[in-house]
Design a protein around this ligand. Sequence first.
Ligand SMILES: *Cc1c(COP(=O)(O)O)cnc(C)c1O
Length: 436
Amino acid sequence: MSTLSYDELRALDARHVWHPFTQAGTAPPAILALGGKGTTVYGADGKEYLDVCSSWWVNLHGHGNPAIAQAIADQAMRLEQVIFADFTHEPAARLAARVAKRLPGDLDRVFFSDDGSTAVEVALKMARQYWSNQGQDRKVFVAFHGGYHGDTAGAMSAGRSCGIFSAWENMMFPVEVAPFPVTWDDDAEAEAKEQRALLALDEILERNAGKVAAIIIEPLIQGAAGMRMCRPHFLRLLKSRAREAGILLILDEVMTGFGRTGDIFACVKAGIQPDMVCLSKGLTGGFLPMSLTVTREYIYEGFLGMDTAKAFLHGHSYTANPLGCAAGLASLDLLEAPECQARIQAIEAIHRQRLPGIARHKSVSKTRICGTIAAFDLAGQGYGGALSNRVKNEFLAKGLLMRPMGDVLYLLPPYCIGDMELHRAWDIIDGVVSHL
Ligand SMILES: *Cc1c(COP(=O)(O)O)cnc(C)c1O
């Protein structure tokens, strides 16, 4: 197809492309990917990269899954896109119903948007308007320290404590921030940290009595903060606080959704029913950008009436893109198959088998596992960004695609990864970590 050489393509990229989360002044040239199959990304440098971060957490079933590719191709021949006001289509209706069926209780109403950030933006705007439609002055949002909810202005505000948004301070609205009770294996302080977090939360809720619109949290795992985990028990306590105070509970399951935590959703694992759930990363199996904000039925009913101003006047050009929906349905078929469920169990079992071996190294601390995600810290010796870049480049040189976050290393593999491949990833990590 292309008559350009790899070097020419790299030169075009270097001249014209602006890469995300990258300081181009110091970053090495981008690796040119030629293709992907299963867990492997093929580089133009002749190397094969074992993708154990699911290409930024989206690639549920690995690269190039033929069933999803076929579903997209079939849908493209039927209907590639249609305006989603006044119209609907089969893949959207079916996907909404299937996701609602897997969520607890009456989380039945699905709003489509384009990515994790907009799913959160929609949830915040809905929460705010829900209360104003009820004639209530609830404007305050409560978030958790270190939480990350995306890069648009509202999502940044909810994640304002995560520390990467200082350039946009005046674009964010104020948010109350409660402590997140971070825990790990053999943490004797887990209970005490939960109690302290609850006390701080209670103080916030008291100070803002009658004013809080919603609490937003990444359930079980704060992803971008460095795979920081909390206990399911804390989420149950949080749910009862929210219920008592009549506050909406928004779970940002953009990363934890679709099997990552071992259960289909973190709220299922924790046994709680939130008022809203944000889903995106695994939704289309990593093929197309799409997201869902799912609400309980009473929230939807809070927007009904004769008055247009009471409606949710929000939407995106590609809302419920049929190709994305078709990919989502195909990805769910794969996810719900017994073979995939068995792989999810097997991944967790291998993490549990290998992590203690890693924990022996002097630089390793705070080992933790939740479902298919394993993580640990490289003991705080003031390494910071320099170490994570060095470690990342060492992994890449050994053919392992992993992106450390600060001094946190983690595995979040696609579910198609084989036992041998996962052991190989752990072997490489063991080798690199042993000499730090
Ligand atoms: C990645 C992420 C987002 C943002 O999603 P984008 O698709 O990158 O906009 C929001 N919340 C959480 C928990 C995430 O991990």
